[in-house]
Design a protein around this ligand. Structure first.
Ligand SMILES: [Fe+2]
Length: 270
């Protein structure tokens, strides 16, 4: 019996569908550039939610990629470590990037799952990282003055009170003279609180891009602290007072695949 043309296309359509689905599981590192300023821009490299994932021996792949982006400063937005994994890959990354540019770090909720998390912070400082909890530093680069302030994760505050988190922000409010004020904080879901303070840019992570994303979509499936279909899952969110930039993070877990959501480094041109 003669086949209809429609049947001819079935295996091709099935093959294309399979390729489309498999492509969604690709976890190749991606670099996203966020251009907030065109001329004389400072290059801030936002790196988040590594969860001690390995990118080659001694993180060689990740370090090479970061070096190629020639950052003026590297901002780590938390969850560098993971209580389910060895700390060595996180320290290997830090040791590889400290010679490239000043490195600033704030912790995430998973960093705080270690009983000895204060010791992790000390070990980062011994390696030359600026642990930015409750501090502001000034970056003088490219004839620009940028202030960078950092918040410790609210999990460190008793009973996770938002009131306590607000106090941490208020304590940062002796901001120095600068042309741009940056806040580094793990959690983006407190954006309404951050907006009450005079920052120009907030750099965050925590969402893992919503874990699974619809192709060509800005929406993720689920994020901690926001639940299903989070409104803030990864990307650039301009508000009247400030711009929020969320990295989709760098973690790769066999048990929890990323779908249409490759791990990313974010280069913010500020
Ligand atoms: Fe995380």
């Amino acid at each position: 019996m003669k086949k209809t043309p429609r049947r001819h296309w079935r295996p091709i359509a099935l093959f294309a569908l399979m390729v489309f689905i498999l492509m969604g599981f690709r976890e190749k590192l991606q670099v996203t550039t966020v251009e907030l300023k065109k001329e004389n821009a400072v290059r801030l490299l936002l790196l988040s939610d590594l969860h001690a994932t390995e990118y080659g021996e001694n993180q060689v792949e990740l370090i090479k990629e970061i070096e190629s982006l020639t950052p003026d400063a590297i901002m780590i937005a938390g969850d560098l470590f993971d209580e389910r994994r060895d700390t060595a890959p996180a320290f290997a990354l830090v040791e590889g990037i400290v010679p490239l540019a000043p490195v600033y770090y704030v912790c995430g909720n998973h960093d705080l799952q270690f009983h000895h998390y204060h010791s992790l912070f000390s070990q980062l400082e011994e390696r030359g990282v600026v642990v930015l909890h409750g501090k502001t530093e000034v970056l003088n680069v490219r004839d620009r003055v940028i202030s960078v302030s950092g918040l410790i994760d609210p999990l460190s505050i008793s009973h996770r009170e938002l009131f306590g988190y607000r106090t941490h922000l208020e304590n940062l409010m002796d901001l120095p003279e600068a042309d741009t004020h940056v806040l580094l904080a793990h959690r983006p879901e407190y954006i309404s609180l951050y907006r009450e303070f005079p920052f120009d840019v907030v750099l965050a992570g925590h969402t893992h891009g919503g874990q699974a994303r619809l192709p060509f979509s800005r929406r993720g499936l689920i994020a901690p602290g926001q639940g299903l279909f989070p409104s803030l899952s990864g990307g650039v969110y301009p508000y009247e007072e400030l711009t929020l930039v969320i990295s989709r993070g760098l973690s790769r877990f066999r048990t929890m695949p990323r779908i249409y959501n490759p791990p990313e480094l974010v280069l913010v041109l500020l």
